[in-house]
Design a protein around this ligand. Structure first.
Ligand SMILES: [Ca+2]
Length: 244
């Protein structure tokens, strides 16, 4: 008996689905309250479980996207599959509060030395410690600069990724945020500001509390603080994170 024969068939199905969703080069992106326009729908199928729509599209190499909507009969759902290019989703999707759409997209391939951080993008995570000023100029050629969050979600996703990889990220990281020495407002590299009200999605407990103009993602096991912002002297030597 080989190893596979010992595994119940049900377990194999689950394993197969897991492997399929772990495909390295593609992903299904959700568009809530959107439907694929009628002209782009190839065929429809009625199913009992909504996940069957998504799974069928995932398994069919020709499927580019699927809308899922309620059927007139209770407990049934309608999958509307498309085989047309849906990259320009503004033209291919229409507002529909009764439907959700999944579009199959190629995952971005990150350049060498960059890490694909889910829902954040390609990031360069340094293994070298520098002052904040030096870190700002040390991002690889082609980088936009030190990582700057555009949303709370993006910041949280980076923090989550680092927490998952805590065993190999036992240090602090400069990112692209600094305090204006005159106004004392904290701004991301791209110009948006964040406040310092606690509790905060961005700042660690009691931070900022050093009165300095630089902040890093802090790795601080004694305080049980992992990868939230803490202000610190700009001359400290920390690793750093750059974005494309
Ligand atoms: Ca501090």
């Amino acid at each position: 008996m080989n190893a596979l024969e010992k595994i119940p068939s049900q377990a194999l199905v689950i394993l197969a689905i897991f492997v399929a969703h772990g495909r390295a080069t593609e992903t299904l992106e959700l568009f809530q309250n959107k439907a694929i326009t009628d002209g782009s729908v190839g065929y429809k199928q009625t199913v009992e479980r909504r996940c069957e729509c998504r799974e069928a599209c995932w398994q069919d190499a020709n499927c580019t996207g699927v809308s899922i909507a309620a059927h007139a009969s209770p407990r049934l759902h309608v999958c509307s599959f498309s085989g047309q290019p849906l990259d320009n989703t503004t033209a291919a999707l229409t507002s529909n509060t009764a439907a959700n759409t999944f579009i199959k997209k190629k995952k971005p391939v990150c350049p060498a030395n960059y890490t694909d951080v889910p829902k954040v993008g390609c990031l360069f995570i340094s293994t070298q410690s520098l002052t904040y000023a030096a870190a700002k100029t040390a991002c690889p050629a082609g980088s936009a600069g030190l990582f700057a969050a555009h949303t709370v979600d993006q910041f949280s996703e980076l923090s989550l990724y680092m927490n998952k990889n805590k065993a190999t990220m036992t240090t602090d990281y400069w990112i692209g945020i600094e305090r204006d020495p005159v106004t004392e407002i904290w701004r991301w590299r791209h110009g948006s500001s964040i406040d310092t009200t606690q509790p905060s999605y961005f700042w660690g407990l009691l931070e900022p509390n050093d009165g300095t103009n630089c902040a890093r993602l802090a790795y601080n096991p004694p305080m049980e603080t992992y990868y939230k912002l803490g202000d610190r002297s700009c001359t400290m030597l920390y690793n750093f994170i750059c974005e494309l």
